[in-house]
Design a protein around this ligand. Sequence first.
Ligand SMILES: [Zn+2]
Length: 460
Amino acid sequence: MGERRLVIRAGRTFLGDSLRAAAIVVEDKRIADVVGARDKVPGARQVLVPDDAVLLPGLVDSHVHVNEPGRTEWEGFRSATLAAAAGGVTTIVDMPLNSLPPTTTAEALGVKRAAAAPSAYIDVGFWGGAVPENLGRLGPLHDAGVFGFKCFLSPSGVDEFPHLDRAQLLAAMEEVAALGSRLIVHAEDPALLAADGALGREYAAFLASRPAESEASAIDAVIDAARRTGARAHILHLSDAQSLPAIRAAKAAGVALTVETCPHYLTIVAEEIPDGASEFKCCPPIRGSANRDLLWDGIVDGTIDAIVSDHSPSTVDLKRSGEGDFGLAWGGIAGLQVGLSAVWTEARSRGIPLERVLPLFTTGPAGVAGLAGAGVIRPGAPAHLTVFGIDDPLVIDARRLLHKNPITAYDHRVLTGRIRRTWLHGKAIYNVTEGGAGEAPQFRGKPRGRLLSARATAAA
Ligand SMILES: [Zn+2]
């Protein structure tokens, strides 16, 4: 036995469908066994999870923009993965754009991996990009291990990552279907978006510039292309709840479709966003409170598969460019560290139990990306675990989050529920109170995250 055994005992452990008393035996970086909470485990070091907390599998976030290399001042692998660990997230899948070069070739993936390797505190996988220039030549990037391909149907916000038109969307679907990969789509129809440029400081003007009809039109196109090609397709960051009936119908008809939404769409509403508060700008936009209620219906009835951060930060200067003009500020919300706390706070206020939302932070996003062994507590899985204090008060202070830039739509929000500690590959990597340092988070050791490859995952 190379390393000492560890047993973590908890009165409430999330074992895939419910919270139950259990003891998790960790050995050689993996979960060796799941036994009764009072079972003896000889020779093991013991950790007791107190009764006011729950033991969860490490969370999975399949939608994160790390931006390194190239725009490392926006976010980097070190800061992003530390923030993730503090949010209970042990696996992220990095988006192919906003870093330079964008991940649209196998060579660019190599550059990304080299940047991530020395700095990843958690496990990191990578999406590739499908852009007009590389259509027909996605094979080498697939072979290099990306988990699938992201495309935009409207301008992405960066010139080096152009969007696909409808014919190109169909071609990309055909190509990923032939590869056995998947296409993940930013679904807004550019024909129904207002032209780029200044919009002023009123949030309502920004919201009107990106109407629900734009999302609905693009989602219809994704469903149609997936149906015609048989490709696995995924709708990124659903904001428009009026598209849920079309998504439900497509899934019921057997289209290989998944859909995600984000904590900001589930917890923030347009009516609350102050004029000039460009930290709330993202695309598609945060919509009104009636829309938010319908999105929650899509969570509860199982139509929505995953809740992911779409952590898309920039520098404060860019987020504030235009001095509060919603047309000129960078569009993207930083939220990697706060997702479960934000969503649990809202779920609890709606009477929705924690175990109903947990799959959307674990097996849901793992399924979206095809990540085997992530987001589960079962023998043989990597020992990625996190402890969530479900009643712990948490007031978000953007300056104290571990994201690289201190600006977020969650600043000053009063939440309930906080990650207390996180293990990665059986090692404690984060402990919020360790060492008597009060509220100061503690990290242990050097970066131990692994770079994940879809090809290796499929073979495992
Ligand atoms: Zn994104």
